[in-house]
Write a protein that binds this ligand. Sequence first.
Ligand code: ARG
Length: 465
Amino acid sequence: MALWGGRFEAETNEYLKQFSESISYDKRLYAWDIAGSKAHVTMLGAQRIIPEATARTIIAELDAIKARIDRGEFEFKIELEDIHMHIESALIDKLGAEGARVHSARSRNDQVALDIRLYLRDEIGQLIRLLRAFQRALLEQAEANAEVIMPGFTHLQHAQVVLFAHHLLAYVEMFSRDAERLEECRRRVNVMPLGSGALAGSTLPIDREMVCRLLNFDRVTRNSMDAVADRDFAIELVADLAMFAMHVSRLSEDLILWCSQEFAFVELGDAFCTGSSLMPQKKNPDVAELSRGKTARVYGALTALLTLCKGLPLTYNRDLQEDKEQIFDALDTVKMILKIYPPMIASMKPNAGRMAAAAADPALMATDLAEKLVELGVPFRTAHHRVGALVKYCREQGRALDGLELAEMRSVIPEATAECTRLFDPRGSVAKREIVGGTGFQAVKAQIDFWKKQLAAEVGSCPAN
Ligand code: ARG
């Protein structure tokens, strides 16, 4: 008979057992379930709700159960539904009536809310540490290739010259905001729900603040109905993961393009690419492609969770059991990406020659010419028109922008000076962009210095839980 079986006469239908079990996936919560139970029982003992000796016995047995699960010697069976009932019935099997006291003043509804929060708090710590490692890998490539010039793109068309390091550091910025979002989310995860019971708290004299302290939470939840009903903290986390995956999918797309024969801007290490079973010459950037593809799973999890909670009446509904697989899958997917990406970035070899050749396209410096005319007193819109006319002239005459004598340039741009014919050097173009946030050599060096300091300071800053 199930632990909840007091009022039941008939056996549970076989299909219902299969349909309703969650042990096949929520067993991964066992360590947090046991940590939560230990804190709960310690409090029950301190409050004399159960004898202190019983509390000690239960705690010792919980440790023994954890050790058995750690060693893979614990039997899971779908009749016991979920991780909470597995651990409670193992206690009762061993301790009889004493073990049966563990669930006083507790429901699986507040228990599962606690387990998820403990688990997510731990995962967030790991995610932030992995994100920092990812940023460091990008930063190291930026620093090692600080002088490499490439074309920057808008609309995937040659736009203006930039430093390769500047492009990489754009992602360091994005991942830093992703980490910030996770830190923010952690504040809302780190709230202690136990004591909310099924929905209406408990008539027993529990001490929630004590449980809160024992488990290192920032505070206790203020409303028992909210505490068992909502999963917004988990949805928020998955939204943060979706945002990160979106960022990674863009880096992936950049890498996929850069690895193509048309670009050949970088080469990734063999260890991070695969071949074709048919075409012997192929070397494919699978990690980037799979990361771009797996972003879809993370978006799927976010959509599933939002849909799961939409329109649910307060408070707990069994629907909420469906949250876990989505949360786990999103986390597993993102952690896998976070683990494989940094070493792949470290393996990346930029081809400075190819990038420089592409950046030598004088059209990339057309804006520099317009800005030079502004310096010479020409209103920008006029300057833009003049340079546009020059581009048209060059196309028609089959001439290159950087191949014109001053007199010929003046036939289209009367305001042009000798300087205007010398603007088509990519290095010179980069060197003139020394504003804060710009792609000038010094400006990018300043970004590198900033991130080196920042990431060194942040190594130890993530709470270890
Ligand atoms: N396995 C359940 C879940 O994941 C635990 C809570 C079950 N509560 C209940 N009243 N059946 O949501």
